[in-house]
Design a protein around this ligand. Structure first.
Ligand SMILES: Cc1cc2nc3c(=O)[nH]c(=O)nc-3n(C[C@H](O)[C@H](O)[C@H](O)COP(=O)(O)O)c2cc1C
Length: 95
């Protein structure tokens, strides 16, 4: 399954139950699922509701996400991302 952003993470990029439900509904179909983009650093966030892989705090949620995708033997790929100059002050809370 190609990566498709759903903009449904928490404000800080933590995985939400809505996201787990979204991947749960698709697990067992494709042999490989690539997630929505996940920013690799806090200043790389490009939009609200984006997944984050920017800190260790995100690991428990990302672990649940991986387990959800892999439950029926699919490969789970986290798509990493940095918005660069396409981000803005509003999304970065003034930074
Ligand atoms: C709602 C939506 C969200 C998408 N989000 C991402 C994304 O986060 N990362 C990405 O690389 N591509 C994203 N894409 C692009 C898709 O992964 C895919 O490349 C595109 O739909 C073209 O698919 P096709 O080459 O099979 O026609 C998104 C597409 C859609 C429709």
């Amino acid at each position: 399954m190609s990566p498709m952003t759903t903009m449904s993470s928490f404000y800080n990029g933590m995985v939400s139950n809505d996201e787990l439900d979204y991947y749960q509904a698709r697990a067992g179909g494709p042999g490989m699922i690539i997630t929505a983009v996940a920013n690799v650093s806090d200043n790389g966030k490009g939009f609200e509701g984006e997944l984050s892989a920017a800190s260790d705090d995100m690991i428990p949620g990302l672990t649940k996400l991986a387990a959800t995708i892999k439950q029926d033997s699919a490969k789970a790929i986290l798509q990493i991302f940095h918005a660069g100059r396409k981000s803005n002050h509003q999304v970065l809370r003034g930074e």
